[in-house]
Design a binder for this molecule. Structure first.
Ligand code: PHB
Length: 395
């Protein structure tokens, strides 16, 4: 059975040449051309591109996403919507420089849908590609606000969050305990959007921003100069956005340099392997997020157990977002959808996704309508956990 359909006659400008030049067009993705594929037989296998980082500072996030996606398949006989699912993993890398060509390869190879994308810049960079090629994209992490806002597309869906939606309710909460905040975040779309949303609600609730700084993304390993600015500002608290390897380095150096301001963040600072690597330095950090493996609901308990059994570690928000992308595709493909437009119709018809984070539906921008939680890092049984403290007020 083929992995790929007969090309739909769509040509991605500049992509064919790029694929030939790099030799990517002749890898295993393009080798399988069964006759039933060309005929588009309903119920035949479905080809899904998994575009996740397997290199760069966000590589651990990509691993979690792949694990989450594959867990759903393992639980469902390797099928989505009753159809055998062929998964084609392509490295997103760290930035749009690698992520956009990765998406172009998958589109060129005519997968039925693509899932993944960690980096907001990559999501923004590929949005038009998916709209024009009419191949559905389910973003399972990248939070770029515009993707489910002013640049929403019929073909682009998201099972994760928007950067502003995670940060905004935290700003309101932090203002209850902190008069003056310093903002520090990775210098790219996600860090900028998160700090902007935090600043908006924090100042609206009476807080004052003492200063802000944006360390270069992907290359900063020494945060000392930026941490010195925080101390000099005299701020009572800090709001930050970092993830992956950057989150570990930032949190450890924050403690090593003895910064005393209370540390608040979007929850990526303390997820999974990052939390383990940061260790004691992360204790007491308060974050906002739409998931914690500590969430007390039946679906999550069963999910955590299954994930733990499969991978010998606790799931992260990245794993859940990808698991839910698989659940969304499962529903969208269930009625025999074949073309991109039919898959989109299937996505449109979804009422709720039974997620470990709690049930959610898609809003008008195709992003999840969900609850955000305040979490606090605590020690438990010799390890560290993100205790769920309360729901955050999103208004
Ligand atoms: C993003 O670029 O939108 C992004 C990256 C890593 C995260 C969260 C958001 O953990």
């Amino acid at each position: 059975m083929s992995s790929f359909r007969t090309p739909r006659g769509y040509v991605v400008a500049g992509v064919a040449a790029a694929v030939l030049l790099t030799g990517c067009g002749s890898d295993s993705l393009g080798g399988d051309t069964g006759a039933d594929d060309a005929a588009g037989v309903a119920g035949g296998p479905v080809d899904i591109g998994l575009l996740v980082p397997t290199s760069g500072v966000y590589a651990p996030l990509g691993e979690d996403m792949e694990q989450g996606f594959r867990l759903f398949l393992d639980q469902n006989d390797g099928k989505l919507g009753g159809r055998e699912a062929n998964i084609h993993v392509v490295d997103e890398g760290e930035s749009p420089d690698t992520g956009v060509p990765g998406a172009q390869r998958l589109v060129q190879q005519q997968v039925d849908a693509v899932v993944g994308i960690v980096n907001s810049g990559t999501a923004l960079g590929v949005r038009d590609l998916f709209e024009e090629s009419q191949i559905p994209l389910i973003i399972a992490n990248a939070g770029a606000d515009a993707i489910t806002g002013e640049r929403k597309s019929d073909y682009v869906w998201r099972t994760s969050f928007s950067n502003g939606a995670v940060a905004a309710p935290l700003g309101t909460y932090v203002a209850e305990n902190c008069e003056s905040a310093f903002l520090v975040a990775a210098d790219y779309a996600a860090g900028k959007e998160a700090t902007a949303a935090f600043e908006k609600t924090f100042t609206a609730a009476g807080g004052n921003v003492a200063g802000s700084v944006y360390p270069p993304f992907g290359t900063t390993t020494n945060y000392q100069p930026f941490l010195a600015q925080i101390t000099q500002s005299g701020a009572d608290c800090v709001y930050t956005f970092f993830a992956g390897a950057e989150a570990v380095a930032f949190t450890k150096q924050y403690r090593e340099l003895g910064v005393t301001a209370a540390l608040y963040s979007s929850g990526f600072l303390t997820e999974g392997g990052v939390l383990t690597a940061a260790g004691e330095a992360a204790v007491g950090v308060e974050t906002s997020l739409h998931y914690s493996d500590q969430l007390d609901n039946e679906r999550n308990t069963e999910f955590v157990e299954a994930y733990q059994a499969a991978y010998d570690e606790a799931p992260t928000v990245y794993a859940v977002q990808a698991y839910d992308a698989a659940q969304a595709l499962d529903q969208a493909l269930a009625d025999g959808a074949e073309t991109g437009a039919e898959i989109v119709d299937g996505l449109q018809g979804i009422d709720t996704i039974d997620s470990p984070r709690g049930e959610f539906g898609f809003d008008d921008g195709h992003g999840p309508d969900q609850t955000y939680y305040l979490r606090k890092v605590e020690s438990k049984d010799g390890g560290l956990i993100n205790t769920v403290v309360q729901e955050l007020d999103a208004s």
